[in-house]
Write a protein that binds this ligand. Sequence first.
Ligand code: HEC
Ligand code: HEC
Length: 336
Amino acid sequence: MKNLLFTIIIIFSISCQKDDVVENPYQLSYPAYFPELKYPLDTNPITKAGFELGKKLFNDPRLSIDNSVACSNCHVKSVAFTDPQHNPSVGVFERSGTRNAPMIANMAFQPEFLLDGGVSHLDFVPVFAIENQREMAESLVHVVTKLNKIDEYRQEFRNAFPNLDTITSPFMLKALSQYMLLLVSDEAKYDHVLQGIAQYTQDELAGKTLFDSKCATCHSGALFTNYGFFNNGLDSSFEDIGRAKITESDSDLGKFKVPSLRNIGRTAPYMHDGRFETLEEVLNHYRFGVKDSPTLAQELRTAGQLGIELSDDEAEKIILFLNTLTDYEFISNPIF
Ligand code: HEC
Ligand code: HEC
């Protein structure tokens, strides 16, 4: 009897993992090797109706002042919800921002948002985008007024959040979060190797070993970020002071959130201002381009030498490994 129960539990728990995702894509599921969940899901349980509503809002230009720019203008699915065209991202009236739009994937595990960590709850990030004069230049109050005039939205909000008579901003933000929370990228070759269903080539494996020893202090774990803030030597004086904008401390000048490297082969241009177009340029930066300043990360100054020592061949292998982080299922998932 005990054995039977045990078997049932095993079968049950196996069926609740990956396979179930195919049947219920509206449930947040992710591999055991991911970091712990940061978003308080109990305050905003994900439902199909909530997710679909969030997806619609994300793609709706009516969230901007002149109804011209949607979230998806700058966060494009085919490139893992980054912005491939503009450098940096362009908002309403062709206004250019100063920062390059980061990937939206695996948001449920991220403790702080924006490149300087200025927002600590996913629900509040869209407020920043909607009210930013260089992005959507709207006001939250006015967006909600617009939505309340659209019958379809009133119905969809009621489906997602029962008993909701009037659309209010907290619920709009919850719907957007439900959509973004389900954007989990966990089907790259990297994952398939961990799951034992794929194998690295010899060069990819060599690249991984190099990456682990030279890059993974910052780009650590299954999401390839420790979510810390570092100055990776792009400049010696800072047009964008990064983390110091939030902390107002000189010791944070020029520090930016370590970005996840998942899908990195698809998310060019790179760095907070999109200054590099290719991974070769990024590797060349770490090898030859690191600039000194008082806040430069320790790792990038070893034994008095600036940068990370790598041969051409080693740099190439690291890039081969980085390309195993592309998740083709993620960027072509019809549900997203
Ligand atoms: C004009 C381009 C643009 C538009 C439109 C835009 N974003 Fe962004 N998004 C950005 C940029 C640039 C950043 C980084 C900003 C920063 O760090 O200061 C960002 C950051 C984010 C982040 C944080 C990601 C992270 O890793 O920290 C999320 C989430 C996000 N945007 C969601 C949205 C949503 C939802 C909308 C629509 C309501 C939206 N964005 C509209 C450009 C845009
Ligand atoms: C000291 C910490 C640190 C180390 C070590 C480090 N990085 Fe970074 N990396 C960062 C930070 C911080 C950024 C973001 C800088 C910015 O946005 O301006 C970044 C950005 C990147 C980006 C661009 C990501 C994007 O989405 O724009 C790539 C690619 C990258 N690093 C690869 C590597 C590789 C490969 C190595 C090893 C050769 C490495 N990094 C070592 C901290 C580090």
